[in-house]
Design a protein around this ligand. Structure first.
Ligand code: NAP
Length: 256
């Protein structure tokens, strides 16, 4: 195998990593031996994740940036490079929901969701791939969703997450020759603040919403952030260099 060993330390960026799935991914990649830049809207909100990474013996940096803002993204990647070194792992995890059925969906709800989930992944990938190309090695993992297959009240989010799949496959095609892989993880229901907020918005208890989600699985439980982090860790692994352009549904049952 011509690739470096499984334990090579890289600099990874995880977006939206102040909490939830992103925080879990950041901690898992730190446990895998990588230094981590934690990007979220508010740098202060990243403190707990940063402490967790440092407790694992890895270097960490908190960066406040809106992934949908081109200037902020360029600055964030420059700051990461100056502080930790050139990033060669990128996990595009930052995402938001603004659910409404189509007749009630405002243009602002459409644009915001497309901009954070899809434009953000594009901007971050464009900025980081230059460092990956220079290194001759890279791993991009994008967070899609089972919503990419269609979901009530989520025209904006479903379109963004389907777009993320197209972006992923195209990045794989364009960047493969530089030793860079691009893959997507598409979670089903995962227990985080995001899903708790959905329950609150539709007037359900979180427990009832989880029971409803469990009924849609074959494994009899909802997902945890660590389930998603494990799939990301696989794609990032040095030994996964022959796996690219794939979408892995992590949803407690067959999807896709
Ligand atoms: P979460 O708990 O809401 O966490 C998302 C994080 O991203 C928050 O810290 C949020 O910051 C941050 N963020 C939002 N907009 C941002 C922006 N423009 N720039 C930088 N950071 C931003 O969500 P999660 O449940 O962990 O979901 C993580 C990813 O998995 C998302 O892409 C989501 O679409 C996807 N996913 C989740 C589920 C699920 O069931 N939870 C299922 C399928 C896919 P603030 O707190 O300041 O807003």
């Amino acid at each position: 195998m011509s690739e470096a060993g499984a334990s090579t330390t890289r600099v990874a960026i995880v977006t939206g990593a102040a909490r939830g799935i992103g925080a879990s991914i950041a901690l898992r990649l730190a446990a895998d031996g990588h230094d981590i830049a934690v990007i979220d809207l508010d740098a202060l909100a990243c403190s707990e994740t940063v402490r967790g990474i440092e407790a694992l013996g890895r270097r960490a940096l908190a960066v406040g940036a809106d992934v949908a803002d081109e200037t902020a993204v360029e600055q964030a990647v420059a700051d990461v490079t100056a502080a930790l070194g050139p990033p060669t792992i990128l996990v595009n995890n930052a995402g938001i929901l603004r659910d409404r059925t189509i007749g009630k969906m405002s243009l602002a709800d459409w644009d915001l969701v497309i901009n954070v989930n899809l434009r953000g992944a594009f901007l971050m990938s464009r900025a980081v791939q230059a460092h990956m190309r220079a290194a001759g090695w890279g791993r991009i993992v994008n967070l899609s969703s089972t919503a990419a297959l269609g979901n009530l009240g989520e025209a904006n989010y479903a379109a963004a997450k389907a777009g993320v799949q197209g972006l992923t496959k195209t990045l794989a095609i364009e960047l493969g020759r530089y030793g860079i892989t691009a893959n997507a993880v598409a979670p089903g229901f995962v227990e985080t603040a995001m899903t708790a907020e959905v329950a609150a918005r539709v007037g359900m208890t979180f427990e009832d919403m989880k029971q409803q989600a469990i009924a849609g699985t074959v494994v009899g439980r909802v997902g945890q952030p660590e389930d998603i982090a494990h799939a990301v860790s696989f794609f990032v692994d040095e030994r996964s260099g022959y796996v690219t352009g794939q979408v892995l549904y992590v949803a407690g049952g067959p999807r896709g």
